[in-house]
Design a protein around this ligand. Sequence first.
Ligand SMILES: Nc1nc2c(ncn2[C@@H]2O[C@H](COP(=O)(O)OP(=O)(O)OP(=O)(O)O)[C@@H](O)[C@H]2O)c(=O)[nH]1
Ligand SMILES: C=C(OP(=O)(O)O)C(=O)O
Length: 308
Amino acid sequence: MSSASPAPTGLPWYVVVPVKGGTAAKSRLHPPAGVAREDLALALATDCLAACCDAVPPARVVVVTSDPRVVAAAAALGTTVVADPARGLNAAVEAGRDHVLTSSPGAPVAALLGDLPALRAPDLLAALGAAAGHPRSVVPDASGEGTVLLTAHDAEGLAPAFGPGSARAHEQVGHTRLELDLPRLRTDVDEDVDLATAARLGLGPATRQALASAAHGDVRTSTGNGSGTVRATLPDMQGSVHTFDEHSGAGSVLLDDGREVPFTGEVFGASALRHLRAGQRLSLDLGPDDRVVERLWIVGIGDDQPIG
Ligand SMILES: Nc1nc2c(ncn2[C@@H]2O[C@H](COP(=O)(O)OP(=O)(O)OP(=O)(O)O)[C@@H](O)[C@H]2O)c(=O)[nH]1
Ligand SMILES: C=C(OP(=O)(O)O)C(=O)O
């Protein structure tokens, strides 16, 4: 990747952001217990849209959606909302592009995926600044195969071909590939491992808050009558870090009774912690049958862990 420093965008960009929303959104994600996938998907989009609105005037952020909760979040930010034609992602991008073509003929347009929860305004500004140097461009996702940003100086030139292998498809129809060193822009969240990556980069506030609601203030208990969640009047369950893989964020803890219980990169990513070392003491909640760690934290670290 070549380096891209924050730069003025150079052009009065309109940014089209398609957001599916609803219960069908982000079907490949498995949120922690206590977090609804729909809420997490809404939070991912909210953080992405907030970054867009910090980068360009909100009225030039064109959100294509028909989901009522996304409409409300987008409207609260002051964006322009366009109805989703309900024919898939490319039709949604085309609807946003056509809105710009009609309302602001000749304006430059960018299509940005709405599942970038680590995005910040300087990343988008840097990318739009780089895109100002090319009539049409495409910024691939971190894998290099998908697309996170597609741009055209003239909206008529924006040719969305999102889907598997879309970076190459966009190149083939004339968009210049821009390999920008902007991981916050290039980390779209499709699968759990992507969420862990985005968490290591730094999630926006809505996504952090959505994840913090996972079993917030609750302790999962197992009783002879079955399992349930009760208000935390009990001391936190604790364990020590046994293994930890920095790359995936997954690892295991040793409970005080000697049992080893694993945690996924997603669970680590949802914590406020950035590193773990063997032997470190953690508070934790266990999942069903006490076979996995569902949530881990250190008292006093994280937005939901005020001290005093
Ligand atoms: N408006 C609109 N946005 C869409 C549609 N399909 C996908 N998107 C958005 O496009 C971006 C990338 O899409 P995907 O990663 O395929 O999102 P998804 O369909 O929610 O996720 P999966 O269920 O994992 O395929 C996200 O911002 C989605 O919300 C659609 O039909 N309409
Ligand atoms: C639709 C695309 O992305 P995703 O991997 O988010 O489905 C794409 O990259 O073209």
